[in-house]
Each structure stands twice: as C-alpha cells, then as structure tokens.
Write a protein that binds this ligand. Structure first.
Ligand SMILES: *Cc1c(COP(=O)(O)O)cnc(C)c1O
Length: 228
C-alpha cells in the first residue's frame, strides 16, 4: 500500500508543529524504499518494533535518521542496537534499564530511554503500572552509578483500542499526570526530561489534546501493514 501523499504529510507536520509535538514515523514491516521516500521529504525520526528488522534496515539508510525502538525489547538483544539507537521507548524493568546502561557504556554512548506505562485496560500490553514506575524511579535515583549511561527523558504509553474517546482521553490524561508527578519528583531543573510519547494513527489527536510531545504514527503514513 502506498505511502501518504506529500501534501498530506506536510499538512500533518504543520499541524504537529502547531501542537508542539514531534512525529515519529513508525516503519515496522515497511520497506527501506518507503522509509527513504519519507526521509527525502524531511522525516528524520523513525520507529521500529523488531530488533532483527531494524538491524537489516539501519545499514541501508542514511546515518542521520534517529531510530526509536518502540517495541518490547529483550535484554539479550540490547547490545545489538546499542551502537546506534536513538531512543528506547519501551523500558519496563530495572534489569532492562541496567542492561541498556551497561551496553551503552561499552560503546561509549548514553542512550535516551522512556519508561513504558500500562494505561490501557487490555491485558496484553506491556508496561509498568503507576506504582511500579515510581518504584523504578526510586531505584534509579538511589543507585545513579548503575544507570550512568542512560538518560530517562519521559514516559511512553498506549491507550486502549476503543471507540470511546472519553476512555482513551482519560488514559492519556492519566499518563500525562504521572509524567508530571515523576518530573516534579526526580527531574526538577533537568530540561532533558521532555518526552511524553503517546498517540498513534487512530488516537493521536486525543493524545495531543492531552499533552503528547511525541506521536508514533505508522499506518496513516505508510498505509496498512500486512497482518503478521
Ligand atoms: C505499531 C505501533 C505504532 C503505530 O501504530 P499505527 O496505528 O500504525 O499508527 C505506535 N506505537 C507502537 C508501540 C506500535 O507498536
């Protein structure tokens, strides 16, 4: 299926700029040619979900792309993406965060990370609940040297797949509230704490109304994905 027309893409960019949000183009299961086409229009932030797929595409594409890993990341695969990944959105355990820091140290980098918070009512989605997210922050604050090569920039979440806009909005609002609570508690005076990653093709407008700073949009840009 074809990628979005240039006019529509530019319109979306202008709209997001007005809202003060950045666009992450989610290119999972999409070809290098499709990514390149969007790159040629100026897009630099791309999101991928699968390590193997990212490892295949990354060497074939320009080096100034910022790759956002937005899928579920297994600890044993962190080392594969540590040399080049820009932001890891799905951090949902202390052990994963520690491994990211260890692998980043090995390649002389500091990797930006987001804590994934479970805001939907669906069982299948990954992420911490609010209490667990705060516990994680407590551990990180208590042992900063164990996490010296990661920089937590904010939170990421996915709302329920629901037609009920009020429900989706309430989930995004809860994530924004937690983002501010954690910011006040652990990141005062730290301007790098600036990412609230929420909103996808079906719900990005609601997410923006609730304060999203980064929307992760796939099918709206690249067309429907093949079912796996
Ligand atoms: C696939 C995916 C997206 C993009 O989904 P679309 O509905 O195609 O916009 C966003 N975030 C995550 C975590 C995803 O896995």
């Amino acid at each position: 299926m074809a990628i979005i027309g240039n006019e529509k893409y530019q319109e979306l960019c202008v709209y997001l700029q007005q809202k003060g949000a950045a666009l992450i183009a989610v290119s999972k299961l999409k070809s290098v040619a499709d990514i390149r086409a969007l790159y040629d229009r100026g897009q630099r932030d791309f999101g991928e979900n699968y390590v193997q797929e990212l490892l295949e595409k990354q060497p074939l594409l320009p080096k100034d792309i910022r790759w956002h890993f937005i899928g579920h990341l297994q600890r044993n695969k962190v080392k594969l993406i540590a040399p080049f990944v820009s932001v890891i959105h799905g951090v949902d355990s202390l052990r994963l965060l520690a491994e990211i820091s260890a692998q980043a140290a090995k390649v002389g980098r500091t990797i930006d990370c987001l804590i994934q918070v479970h805001i939907a009512d669906e069982e299948t989605k990954f992420g911490l609940d609010e209490k667990e997210a705060i516990e994680l922050m407590e551990h990180v604050a208590a042992r900063p040297d164990a996490f010296g090569h990661v920089r937590i920039r904010g939170l990421m979440g996915m709302a329920s797949f629901s037609e009920d806009a009020n429900k989706v909005r309430a989930e995004f609002a809860a994530l924004r509230a937690l983002y501010h609570v954690i910011g006040q508690a652990y990141f005062l005076g730290k301007p790098y704490y600036d990412m609230l990653s929420m909103g996808m093709s079906g719900d990005y407008e609601l997410a923006l109304e609730e304060g999203s700073t980064h929307v992760r949009i796939g099918s709206l840009l690249f067309g429907e994905r093949p079912s796996q």
